[in-house]
Design a protein. Structure first.
Ligand SMILES: Nc1ncnc2c1ncn2[C@@H]1O[C@H](COP(=O)(O)OP(=O)(O)OP(=O)(O)O)[C@@H](O)[C@H]1O
Ligand SMILES: [Mg+2]
Length: 348
């Protein structure tokens, strides 16, 4: 095996992680400018324009919003909070999270109205930005009242993010009219843009002799416009190469690294489904091999305890077919006769 004195490939793994904020953002100048323009009234103490960002996974929506939010807060002291609604998916938990971030509103009130009043008292009449990332994860009725009520606070501006435009179009008319957002769309990255993003990371994260443009191009082609997939592929490839004792990344490492991003794609596929799909998936994950009648019963129980309106059994079958089609779950006939299936999550 060839060797270098210092035979490590990965110098800084953190730079290839999801939470790393790049120093400069590549190829999104126009979106950054537009977003900065929308929130610029806050610099004069005014209410900002609301914005709705949409685009496929890995197109930089979260990165651009966090960058712009941090910039205006560092440079002009404008207040703001970033909330990931995938994690905090009810109006109450969004409010609770925001108050915690601002180190305010402690206490045991479990009431949305109380939390909203606490937030109003903290924000007062100052301009304030709230990023609601993955906003479609808050169930539709609550999403409407969340947006409507947050916008009733003084000079609050919302930056909502979703994958498609549908959650915006589906808002109730009175909510939509109060929000009236500027819509910004995020296109998939081109192969050249992805290579640029990778170059920026590789030059900090990897040994300079461990990679070249051709490897970055291979990774970029594989990632199909998704920067997250590109960065993870590069990281996995580097880890493989290092474990093998190689000193330079090659196409085989890239292939292996790419096939490992299967789990990543799965998470993002699940994100696109409804909360009912996700609940069903969670139940199957918790009890692999569960049969269809058991699954439906557990699902109904969970809906009852969450106060959700359950889907009908016909829709249930369609949902299961959809998840099997996406290869999130595998279904096999559990009995010789009848239409009872056993479900398990597909690993990998
Ligand atoms: N223009 C860019 N320059 C540098 N890094 C980027 C850029 N765009 C995205 N990235 C990186 O790619 C990854 C995914 O980006 P991001 O999370 O912003 O995508 P997203 O559009 O929010 O995706 P999703 O819809 O799945 O949430 C992150 O690690 C981010 O740092
Ligand atoms: Mg995102």
């Amino acid at each position: 095996m060839a060797s270098r004195e210092d035979n490590g490939i990965v110098l800084d793994k953190e730079v290839l992680s999801e939470s790393y904020m790049p120093e400069t953002i590549i190829a999104k100048d126009s979106q950054i400018k537009e977003l900065q323009g929308c929130i610029s009234p806050t610099l004069q103490g005014q209410k900002p324009m609301n914005v709705w960002l949409h685009g496929s996974p890995g197109t930089g929506k979260t990165t651009v919003s966090c960058y712009v939010l941090k910039e205006i807060s560092d440079q002009a002291g404008v207040g703001g909070v970033y909330v990931n609604c995938w994690k905090y998916n009810s109006f109450y938990s969004v409010l609770d999270f925001m108050l915690n971030q601002m180190r305010r509103g402690f206490g045991d009130a479990r009431d949305t109205t109380v939390k909203l009043q606490q937030l109003e008292r903290v924000i007062k009449n100052r301009p304030f930005l709230i990023v609601l990332d993955e906003v479609d994860f808050v169930p539709s009725r609550e999403r409407n009242s969340m947006i409507y009520n947050l916008l009733s606070i003084g000079k609050v501006g919302l930056i909502c993010i979703s994958e498609s435009r549908y959650p915006l179009l589906a808002l109730e008319p009175r909510v939509k009219s109060r929000l009236s957002p500027q819509v910004l769309s995020f296109d998939n990255y081109t192969t050249g843009e992805l290579a640029e993003i990778l170059r920026q990371r590789a030059s900090i994260a990897l040994h300079p002799e461990a990679w070249d443009s051709s490897v970055l191009k291979l990774v970029s082609r594989r990632a199909l416009g998704d920067a997250r997939v590109a960065i993870h592929t590069l990281r996995n490839a580097a880890v493989y190469a290092e474990a093998e004792g190689a000193i330079k990344l090659n196409g085989v490492h890239v292939d292996k690294g790419f096939s490992d991003t299967g789990g990543l794609r799965r998470t993002y596929e699940l994100k696109r489904l409804t909360e009912h799909h996700r609940l069903l998936y969670e139940i199957i994950k918790g009890s692999p091999g569960i049969t269809s009648p058991e699954l439906f019963k557990t699902y109904l129980d969970k809906c009852r305890s969450r106060n959700w309106k359950a889907i009908a059994s016909r829709t249930f079958s369609l949902y299961m077919q959809k998840m099997a089609g996406l290869k999130l779950i595998a279904a096999e006939r559990a009995r010789v006769r009848g239409r009872v299936f056993a479900f398990r999550p597909v690993e990998g």
